[in-house]
Design a binder for this molecule. Structure first.
Ligand code: GTP
Ligand code: MG
Length: 208
């Protein structure tokens, strides 16, 4: 028979970074362009299937507005996992994420698995690719590229959307590594990277 573990997970982060949208994408595979702010917190569940087991996530989606900050400990107190979200187009949201991480590391379960997620990468050019290309094809010859244009910035062509990125991926990833967090860039709008957050966390949850 299949093992099924319940995993209590909490989402934290500044208002409007997309916490509820990430959950909606994970649970219903949907997106709402004008999602209303969360009041207090919302509770949702979703199964997550790994090769050897199934987890049932019990998700507490907290409200990011400052007036709800004092409620957060109720939701992270017994959590086994946390997703701390920031918005890659808003530098201050990473600073807020760091304060949540510090609070979790001081006050939450010492074994809590924490993931940092930089959301809204659909607003950023060039889009980051999800594949980490774990398969190394050594014999992949690079064809002699006669069309290389030295000194030309190919991404600066006219007509491309403005690059709204305020948080460099490298900077956030370096912080995450230093702090011992899983790291993802995501888009609740396109779905990029969203399921990965939950499956990578699941792999870190010990089998009971
Ligand atoms: P609070 O509940 O107030 O803490 O906000 P939240 O973090 O839950 O944010 P929410 O999911 O409500 O999203 C805020 C706004 O950003 C909404 O208008 C969403 O449609 C939009 N949004 C969320 N995720 C994305 C994304 O990945 N890309 C884009 N372009 N917009 C997004
Ligand atoms: Mg919300």
């Amino acid at each position: 028979t299949e093992r099924s573990v319940q995993v209590k997970l909490v989402l934290l982060g500044e208002a409007a970074v997309g916490k509820s949208s990430i959950v909606l994408r994970f649970v219903s595979n949907e997106f709402q362009a004008n999602k209303e702010p969360t009041i207090g917190a919302a509770f949702l569940t979703q199964k997550c299937r790994l090769e050897d087991r199934v987890l049932r996530y019990e998700i507490w989606d907290t409200a990011g507005q400052e007036r709800f900050h004092s409620l957060a400990p109720m939701y992270y107190r017994n959590a086994q996992a946390a997703v701390v979200v920031y918005d890659v187009t808003k530098a201050s949201s990473l600073e807020k994420a760091k304060t949540w991480v510090k609070e979790l590391q001081r006050q939450a379960n010492p074994n809590i698995v924490i993931a940092l997620a930089g959301n809204k990468i659909d607003l950023v050019t060039p889009p980051t690719s999800t594949s980490k290309s774990s398969t190394s094809t050594e014999s992949e010859d690079e064809a002699d590229d006669a069309t290389a244009t030295p000194g030309e910035n190919a991404g600066a062509a006219a007509g491309e959307p403005e690059n709204l990125r305020q948080v460099p991926r490298d900077e956030a990833e370096a912080y995450a590594q230093e702090a011992g967090l899983l790291f993802f860039e995501t888009s609740a709008k396109t779905g990029e990277g969203v399921v990965e957050i939950f499956t990578e966390i699941a792999k870190k949850i010990p089998i009971e």
